[in-house]
Design a protein around this ligand. Structure first.
Ligand SMILES: [Zn+2]
Length: 344
């Protein structure tokens, strides 16, 4: 994955140079000079969101006053996604760019540093939230030997020791803050504040939308508390280490088969440990997610006589889910029901 990132950074640098030259060449054109940066012809704010949840929050807070582009296509897992040239062109004309931060969008800093669009208002939605670190859990760390930390060491030390140290830290931070409803409320507030700044004329609309969804998120938090409080079991085995904030908020214990990014292969010793743990704690369900292969979860489930089910990290919805009207709230309630059935 690190080698992939290295090449992707080279690609981004190349795109930046090419686009930069293209924009410079276009500066003399009278057509370009008449474009009002960030405002669409119908007056709405042009907003770019780095993946589905950021998109959903932006649509909820922005309402009719914004036009939001979800940069990651439906059905695509966002951890290893990279922006294309068309995304760069869109960002050069956008008014607001919303990303989660906390290491979720490894491409964001490179892109932001290279854009010519000096008017772009950048929102790091997770800003101000306390962050958790990726971990294999207190009881499970021993045999697997703190894999999460060694995994984060960037082999490209020759590029720059300082940069490599930063990569290591970034890879161990758990970015999935949005999966706790109260964190989602804080992210929506950051997005609301940005819209008010970018478009003060419609501040009252953004404030009203935020007030409505903040209340809904508080209600959702209360539902989670009431639903999960009385359950017998607290151990949640997940394929992708995305539910740390959700588990921390409601006193559950996440046992990840795999790391913070869902595409790496778990090692056999780790799988054997999980199987022992699941047997010992009579775990009934091994969770996986839609955008990633259920192979390892299914193998563990069959070894311990458990079943598999889905927990959705809201990193991307399929076209079918979108067409059926799914959103943050409906998916979080599905997650709540799945947890309840697994832990009863
Ligand atoms: Zn994730």
């Amino acid at each position: 994955m690190n080698i992939k990132r290295f090449w992707s950074k080279l690609l981004i640098a190349w795109l930046t140079l090419t686009l930069g030259l293209g924009l410079l060449a276009g500066c003399g054109s009278p057509v370009n000079s008449s474009v009002d940066e960030g405002a669409l012809p119908d007056g709405r704010l042009s907003v770019y969101a780095s993946f589905y949840t950021m998109y959903d929050f932006a649509v909820k807070i922005g309402g009719d006053q914004v036009s939001v582009t979800n940069m990651v296509p439906a059905g695509t897992e966002p951890h290893d996604w990279e922006p294309a040239a068309s995304d760069m062109i869109g960002l050069e004309k956008a008014a607001v760019f919303i990303y989660n931060g906390a290491g979720m969008e490894h491409w964001a800093e490179t892109i932001l540093g290279s854009l010519q669009n000096k008017e772009l208002l950048v929102v790091e939605a997770s800003k101000g939230l306390p962050l958790l670190h990726g971990s294999l859990g207190e009881e499970e760390e021993t045999a697997a030997g703190r894999e999460d930390e060694t995994e984060g060491v960037d082999p490209h030390v020759w590029l720059s020791p300082a940069v490599s140290a930063l990569c290591m830290i970034a890879d161990t931070v758990d970015p999935h803050v949005w999966l706790s409803p109260l964190n989602a409320k804080a992210e929506m507030e950051n997005i609301k504040n940005a819209f008010v700044r970018a478009d003060p004329e419609h501040a009252a609309d953004y404030e009203a939308n935020y007030a409505r969804y903040a209340a809904e998120l508080e209600a959702l938090d209360q539902e989670f508390r009431e639903t999960l409080a009385a359950l017998t079991h607290r151990e949640v085995i997940v394929a992708h280490q995305a539910f740390g904030y959700l588990c921390a908020a409601y006193g559950l214990k996440q046992i990840p088969i795999d790391g913070l990014s869902p595409d790496s292969e778990p090692d056999p010793a780790r799988v054997a440990e999980i199987i022992d743990f699941a047997k010992e704690h009579e775990v009934k369900v091994i969770f996986f997610e839609e955008l990633v292969s259920p192979k390892v979860a299914a193998m563990i489930a069959s070894a311990v006589g458990a079943r598999t089910d889905q927990l959705n990290p809201l990193e991307g919805l399929s076209d079918e889910e979108r067409a059926a009207g799914a959103d943050y709230f409906s998916v979080m309630r599905q997650n709540m029901e799945a947890l309840k059935a697994a832990l009863e």
